[in-house]
Design a protein around this ligand. Structure first.
Ligand code: G3P
Length: 216
């Protein structure tokens, strides 16, 4: 399983990229709005930091096929690494299929069932994004959805990649990797939490103390 960073915050993207652990970025309208910056400007800056797939979503107010296609072509034209994020709706599926025909990569988002993932894959999605945290939030098993989609794609020889989204903690990450996800898109704070372990910190302190006792 690979990592994407799920943010529009360029500082966090720089930090995660410097660690060498991410190979792509996903954004969504809420994350762009949180930064309070122009969509195209932020996306362009991100493409200068990470050399990998960058998901930029069509506007949340654009719900029709024609509108989505207009924006999809604009987003795709920003940089060759751009992936157009499209919501899982009937119009979204049509747009996903048209993007596939035009060679535009897509990430179908807001997936909450295996059948939605199957439809998105059949429409030609490059990536499907099931949201595990939001399912957990309503007492449904987000991880079970990842396992089901991974099994379904494997049995049916589907090559759309599964991006686990709405990942909230390090346990989610480990479980996604074991469930057969291709990618987990995670906030920077989850990566930070994964780096640390109290025994690592204690170990460093002890090595320092022992070393200083003898060598000053
Ligand atoms: O980018 C989509 C997804 O990762 C959002 O996560 O935490 O808002 O449910 P969250």
């Amino acid at each position: 399983m690979r990592f994407f960073l799920d943010t529009a915050n360029v500082e966090d993207i720089r930090k995660a990229n410097d660690l060498g652990v991410i190979c792509g970025v996903t954004t969504n309208p809420s994350l762009i709005a949180k930064e309070g910056l122009n969509f195209a400007d932020v996306i362009k800056e991100i493409t200068t930091i990470v050399d990998g797939p960058i998901s930029g979503e069509v506007k949340p107010t654009t719900l029709d096929f024609e509108g989505m296609m207009k924006e999809a072509r604009e987003i795709a034209a920003i940089h060759p690494n751009m992936v157009v994020k499209i919501p899982m709706t009937a119009e979204g599926l049509k747009a996903c299929h048209q993007c596939h025909k035009e060679g535009i990569k897509t990430n179908v988002t807001l997936i909450f069932s295996a059948n939605q993932a199957l439809l998105a894959a059949r429409a030609g999605a490059t990536y499907v994004s099931p949201f595990i945290g939001r399912l957990d939030d309503i007492s449904e098993d987000g991880l079970e959805l990842i396992r089901t989609i991974a099994d379904m794609f494997s049995i049916n020889n589907i090559d759309a990649q599964i991006i686990c989204a709405s990942v909230r903690n390090p346990i989610h990450v480990m479980q996604c990797a074991l469930a057969g996800a291709d990618i987990a898109t995670v906030p920077y704070k989850v990566i930070e939490t994964m780096i640390h372990h109290p025994l690592t910190d204690q170990g460093i302190a002890k090595f320092q103390a022992d070393y200083k006792k003898v060598f000053g």
